[in-house]
Design a protein around this ligand. Structure first.
Ligand code: ATP
Ligand code: MG
Length: 490
């Protein structure tokens, strides 16, 4: 568990706070996370002259998920707290998997989460020309070269930890030859995979990222924005820091797996005539949740295999899935603020997120009666006057009730850590996680529930009215606070 971040919020219950504080491994931060501390230090020393600019850089190859919500709230809230700005920049450097539909979906999901984008979003592809010019500059300075080796040779030549790299036979080409070949790569003269542009850094560097990393690959693929105008595409590492610098980003926050890329990020920036401040990369731990996978590749697989009913299936950890399930955006934001940011990888319990959801719905949801498995009952001997109550029954009047469907859900992945036992999360997939009940009976007032609204079915849980299909209700969460129960156990 991480400690609460700088933005104080009410935890769902007292017990919940106790649990987290007891278990918080980095409680020494006393409520101020290391990112905010860093920005404060920068401001006090006059770095960036007090300017704070962040960016959220999704790749438009899937929809946003709960993990992205952590990055979004960090990037946007940090900028807001320090009077700065946060750019939305689509990291669209890979023409294979990116789609305009994802761009639109991401804009929609961001607005729903509470971060609407004013004006046009930014795109890494806007900077392709500048990146290209800078690549030529590196070639002219002897800091980049065209390598004709195939990808296997390049990757074998890199060596490994404790295993020195081997310089490519093409490493010492003349500047003229490099420029000529690079221009012809751009013009589309060569086959995919036949050549790459590599930075010329150090094949013996202890950090593998610095062993002449690839800057451009040949791809004869249509790009969602630039169409057919490019035949070479920049790698993430070559595009990212430079895009940050072009936009004037000061604090470039990314997840821990980019830690080893930071020296390369800094190296590229140090070689170039930047238009302004040199941005700095800072890494934080990814958000992981129990019973959940947040890799876009895996989520896309679930959709493609028909395991779920699209990216907005209420079992998906996507923002559109959670929205359809009835999660209030504010509950997600508060959850993110509560778990905070740290540099320690941790997996949070999904029950904690649900606790925030339940707390919100408890305040907002109307109470209604519903019977999910109706048994018709005719009372023939209703006594006249006073009565003894032995137990209560849950009923709606058959003559007045309306009929509908409810969808109850188990966890999509039955194991706390999907794939922990076998290495493949799909082995933990619960293919019976949807329990669809037709012929449910609802009290007539439910007929007025707006699409997307959440109501409490007395004693059964919170249920979200499907945005498209009338009288289909998804169970958002049950009524019992499972998080409190888990905390009691520990
Ligand atoms: P995936 O592995 O799901 O494809 P990604 O990192 O490639 O994730 P991007 O669209 O490139 O997805 O991510 C945009 C931003 O969101 C990046 O800054 C990334 O570090 C951050 N991000 C992605 N997943 C998480 C997560 N689980 N927790 C926190 N931040 C995340
Ligand atoms: Mg990425």
């Amino acid at each position: 568990m991480s400690r609460p971040s700088g933005a104080p919020v009410d935890p769902p219950s007292d017990r919940h706070t106790d649990g987290v504080e007891e278990r918080g491994p980095d409680a020494e931060h006393q409520g101020v996370d290391f990112v905010r501390e860093l920005v404060r230090r920068d401001n006090s020393t006059g770095t960036y002259a007090g300017r704070v600019q962040t960016r959220f850089p999704p790749e438009p190859n899937g929809y946003l998920h709960i993990g992205h919500a952590k990055a979004i709230t960090l990037d946007f809230e940090l900028a807001r707290e320090f009077g700065g700005t946060c750019n939305l920049r689509f990291d669209d450097t890979n023409p294979d998997t990116e789609e305009t539909a994802f761009v639109d979906g991401i804009l929609e999901d961001l607005a729903w989460l509470g971060y609407p984008i004013e004006g046009e979003p930014l795109y890494a592809s806007d900077y392709f020309e500048q990146l290209y010019d800078w690549a030529e500059l590196l070639i002219e300075r002897g800091l980049a070269y065209v390598d004709d080796s195939d990808s296997e040779t390049i990757s074998a030549g890199r060596g490994g930890y404790g295993k020195p790299g081997v310089e490519s036979e093409w490493r010492n080409r003349s500047v003229e030859e490099n420029l000529d070949l690079f221009r012809r790569m751009r013009a589309g003269e060569f086959d995919e995979g036949s050549r790459v542009l590599r930075a010329r850094i150090d094949m013996q560097h202890e950090n593998m990222q610095m062993r002449d990393p690839v800057m451009y690959r040949i791809r004869h693929e249509r790009h969602h924005r630039t169409g057919d105008s490019w035949h070479i595409y920049p790698t993430y590492d070559w595009a990212h820091g430079q895009s940050d610098a072009i936009e004037g980003v000061t604090h470039s926050l990314c997840t821990l797996e980019f830690d080893s890329h930071r020296p390369l990020y800094d190296w590229y920036l140090a070689q170039l005539p930047l238009p302004g401040d040199t941005p700095r990369q800072t890494e934080f731990a990814r958000l992981e949740l129990t019973h959940t996978v947040t890799s876009k590749r895996r989520l896309a697989g679930l959709v493609a295999d028909g395991v779920v009913d699209g990216w907005d299936d209420p079992r998906m950890p996507t923002l559109r899935g959670l929205r359809r399930r009835g999660y209030p955006a504010a509950a997600i934001r508060e959850f993110c603020a509560f778990i905070g940011v740290s540099r320690t990888n941790s997996r949070h319990q999904i029950e904690l997120l649900e606790s925030f959801v339940r707390q919100h719905l408890n305040r907002s949801a109307l109470r209604r009666m519903a019977v999910l498995d109706p048994i018709r009952l005719v009372i023939t001997d209703w006594p006249e006057g006073g009565r003894k109550v032995k137990s209560t029954m849950h009923w709606v009047s058959a003559d007045h009730a309306i009929e509908g469907t409810t969808a109850l859900y188990e966890r999509l992945f039955s194991a706390e850590v999907p794939g922990e036992a076998t290495g493949d999360p799909m082995d933990d997939l619960d293919r019976t996680s949807l329990d669809l009940r037709t012929g449910c009976r609802f009290e007539p007032a439910l007929g007025d529930t707006p699409p997307g609204a959440v109501v409490q079915f007395e004693r059964l849980g919170y249920f979200a009215h499907d945005p498209r299909e009338p009288m289909l209700f998804h169970r958002t969460v049950g009524l019992r606070d499972e998080w409190a129960r888990l905390q009691q156990r520990t």
